[in-house]
Write a new protein. Structure first.
Length: 72
């Protein structure tokens, strides 16, 4: 079974990833890239916190962070 980071990296590379049944849907390259953009700037402790979230929550948090970053 892939780790969340492996799923994100595969999706970012253009291979849409089916999410676990409890989350449903697919993770697309754009969303994976957004999550990884934020992930790569975090401290190791905060990277762990981000990866502990469900994919949809990760996406919501990261899109919010990126939205704020582009408005300053």
């Amino acid at each position: 079974m892939k780790t969340k980071l492996e799923v994100l990296l595969d999706a970012e590379a253009g291979n849409a990833q089916k999410l676990p049944t409890r989350e449903g849907g697919y993770l697309d390259a754009t969303t994976a890239h957004a999550i990884l953009t934020v992930y790569r700037e975090l401290s190791p402790a905060n990277q762990e916190k981000l990866l502990a979230m469900r994919f949809r929550k990760m996406a919501d948090v990261c899109w919010s962070v990126l939205g704020r970053a582009t408005h300053h």
